[in-house]
Design a binder for this molecule. Structure first.
Ligand SMILES: Cc1cc2nc3c(=O)[nH]c(=O)nc-3n(C[C@H](O)[C@H](O)[C@H](O)COP(=O)(O)O)c2cc1C
Length: 153
């Protein structure tokens, strides 16, 4: 029996959503049950029963959380629910030309979830749009290894 994984998406121009859909298909092909959720369609109670999550978010402005994920992030930051039964991975999309703000939204989610007691599985994927690598391909490669290592098959 596979694992149930919720993919939480933050995006401005759709790339992170596309990436999450490819990741969902990869996880399902490996026998897991994955669901893509845009962060403006769920409340932070999505974490209330714990489980396995992947935060898949781009960064906009100068190190900012995408608009559709902003309220979700802010609610977590303010209400600070204990997330001790949450395991998560991070797929951060960004652009290396933003220097210190490279993948900052992914980093901010990562830091906040850890602060709230969640356990990160593996290193985040940090995709650089300036590298020429196709984000969906990088994410499929990353999640294949991630699932092998961290999920019960
Ligand atoms: C106006 C604008 C601002 C951006 N700011 C950042 C940034 O501060 N840091 C970063 O790493 N990437 C930044 N990016 C790059 C995006 O995060 C990257 O292109 C990502 O793949 C877009 O994904 P999305 O379509 O899901 O929003 C910015 C892109 C745009 C267009």
């Amino acid at each position: 029996m596979g694992t149930r994984i919720k993919l939480l998406v933050g995006t401005m121009t759709g790339t992170a959503e596309l990436v999450a859909q490819e990741v969902q298909q990869t996880l399902e092909a490996a026998g897991h049950d994955a669901e893509v959720l845009m962060m403006d369609t769920v409340g932070i109670d999505v974490f209330s029963r714990g489980g396995v999550f992947i935060v898949c978010t781009s960064t906009h402005g100068y190190g900012d959380i995408p608009d559709n994920a902003f309220e979700f992030f802010e609610n977590l930051e303010q209400r600070r629910p204990p997330l001790n039964n949450v395991t998560y991975g991070v797929i951060a999309l960004g652009d290396g030309t933003y220097g210190d703000n490279f993948c900052k939204a992914g980093d901010r989610f990562d830091a906040l979830l850890t602060e709230l007691g969640a356990r990160r599985a593996g290193e985040p994927l940090r995709h650089d749009a300036n590298s020429g690598d196709v984000p969906e391909e990088a994410a499929i490669q990353w999640v294949t290894a991630w699932a092998d290592e961290h999920l019960a098959s």
